[in-house]
Ligand binder design. Structure first.
Ligand code: BES
Ligand code: MN
Ligand code: ZN
Length: 498
């Protein structure tokens, strides 16, 4: 159970008179309004509350606090309010209130002035749902559940309450699913396990969707089918494993004429040992997260099916573990990718680009308007951008702009990196069409991007290297230590906002 609170816990009142009369519901919790709660500057300073975005303070014992009601001050910052600020404030409000039974908040009503009522309400609900996320299925004793079982949110008259809640539940559900899949140890989630989870997710999402809006479907390719379809990259990475590979293909087809066709491709390495070029102890420690791209695609597809946009979407996940073994691909071996290109594998640890080569080939065959791939592709991207920013590369300025706009709206951090033609020769092989690693160790993220671009061809394509942000140490706002679900919200924004 990833989200520990059910969407049924939320009640929205658009008539403030109907809301329980608490300080938080009938007075906006905004720093300039705090004095109306009887909170003096000294009081606030003493409680360490500075009003920055996401800060909270329990306002115990202030002047007009009614019996058994605990006002909580929530900071929204002073700059232009964004949906991300509101999500974070709502998430921290949830954290501050999670030990009480019932919470009433005017946050959505206050934020509606800046963001519009529907966006504000969705941000509050999404932030609270995500703050309730936990992953304790492998604990002997499950963690203590949040007590909070009833949330009353005030929203302005005219808010499309049902739509806002449905959107928040779809997005938070997709993010929680991605977090669950990434948090799951590799011993408990093989390639076929990932395919089963995707099948379950698509079925659940279709069951919850309006049937007239379109159709969702899913197909899983086994080894035999991958051989028939000439997916030599995925098969080559799988060669050292005792677990079968799986290529997952999910579809959302709207009933209306689609405004666009988008293909999403995810790297689904359920565990990356490095293969025969075995990783070190430190390098391998976290490699259960190496299917974070596939998890983001599955999470986004589950949300998209629920939200039913007029955009045709295909999600392709290339899944296997990367293992050494007597039958493993060896340095110097040549693989035949789906699109006919050949690759000399000089480092079996550069395996993500090999499975994505097949996935991108399959995607561009259908001539979509845009292909987006997500992958925990290079440690070098973390060296360049740290652990919070994804690297963005692509072959089309409009597609890059679209990805940047979606990420901005989603509040996910990324930075555009180049695909320098000057470095393309680093991938030249004397015996095949390409090498799978550069000839020197500088700019490894760009070598990987250049390699992928060979399989995107002329189709508009963007690549997210999410090696850094796939995982977090942060325990605040919507994040808790472990998987972040990075990418899901950007993909949903990109597609639903097309
Ligand atoms: N899965 C790793 C990249 C990675 C590293 C993701 C750290 C998350 C955290 C990828 O398959 C890999 O091993 N890349 C190599 C490429 C190299 C062999 C050219 C790397 O980054 O060292
Ligand atoms: Mn690797
Ligand atoms: Zn990898």
């Amino acid at each position: 159970m990833p989200l520990t609170v059910s969407i049924d816990a939320f009640e929205v009142v658009t008539d403030p008179a109907a809301a329980p009369p608490t300080a938080a519901s009938d007075r906006p919790v905004r720093s300039d309004a705090l004095d109306t709660l009887g909170a003096t500057p000294n009081y606030l300073a003493a409680s360490g509350f500075d009003g920055t975005a996401g800060s909270t303070a329990l306002m115990a014992g202030i002047a007009d606090t009614a019996d058994d009601i605990m006002p909580i001050a929530v900071g929204l910052g002073s700059d232009d309010l964004t949906a991300a600020d509101v999500r974070k404030a709502a998430a921290n409000l949830w954290r501050a209130a999670s030990k009480v039974e019932s919470l009433t908040s005017a946050l959505a009503a206050v934020a509606a002035d800046d963001l519009g009522a529907d966006v504000a309400l969705a941000a509050v609900v999404e932030g609270m749902l995500l703050a309730s996320y936990g992953f304790d299925q492998h604990k002997g004793e499950p963690s203590e559940a949040d007590a909070l079982g009833q949330v009353v949110l005030a929203a302005p008259d005219g808010t499309d309450t049902a739509a806002a809640i449905a959107r928040a539940a779809a997005v938070a559900g997709g993010i929680a699913l991605a977090r669950d899949l990434v948090n799951q140890p590799a011993g408990a989630l093989t390639a076929s396990g990932l395919a089963d989870a995707a099948t379950e997710a698509i079925e659940a999402a279709s069951a919850g969707a309006e049937p007239a809006a379109g159709t969702a479907s899913i197909e899983v390719w086994d080894r035999e089918r991958l051989v028939a379809e000439q997916c030599g990259g995925l098969l080559g990475v799988n060669a050292g494993s005792t677990e079968p590979p799986a290529l997952i293909r999910m579809r959302w087809q709207p009933a209306a004429e689609p405004r666009a066709t988008v293909h999403l491709v995810g790297k689904g390495i359920t565990f990356d040992t490095g293969g025969l070029n075995l990783k070190s102890f430190e390098g391998m420690e976290w490699m259960k997260i190496d299917m974070g791209g596939a998890a983001a695609v599955i999470g986004a597809m589950s949300a998209i099916v629920r939200l039913a946009p007029d955009v045709a979407v295909t999600g392709i996940c290339c899944c296997t573990d990367n293992q050494p073994g007597p039958t493993a691909t060896k340095p110097g071996d040549v693989l035949h990718i789906r699109n006919g290109k050949t690759v000399e594998v000089l480092n079996t640890d550069a395996e993500g680009r090999l499975v994505l080569a097949d996935g991108l080939s399959l995607a561009v065959e259908e001539e979509p308007d845009l292909v987006v791939d997500l992958a925990t592709l290079t440690g070098a991207c973390m060296v360049a951008l740290g652990d919070k920013y994804a690297g963005l590369m692509g072959n089309d300025p409009a597609a890059i702009e679209r990805a940047q706009a979606a990420a901005r709206a989603a509040g996910e951090l990324l930075w555009h990196l180049p695909l320098p033609p000057e470095y393309r020769e680093q991938l030249d092989s004397p015996i095949a069409d390409l090498r799978n690693i550069g000839k020197n160790r500088y700019g490894g993220t760009l070598h990987a991007g250049l390699f992928l671009s060979e399989f995107a061809g002329e189709t508009p394509w963007v690549h997210f290297d999410i090696a850094g942000p796939v995982r977090t140490d942060t325990d605040a706002g919507e994040l808790s230590p472990g998987a972040s679900g990075f990418g899901v919200r950007t993909l949903v924004e990109l597609i639903c906002g097309w």
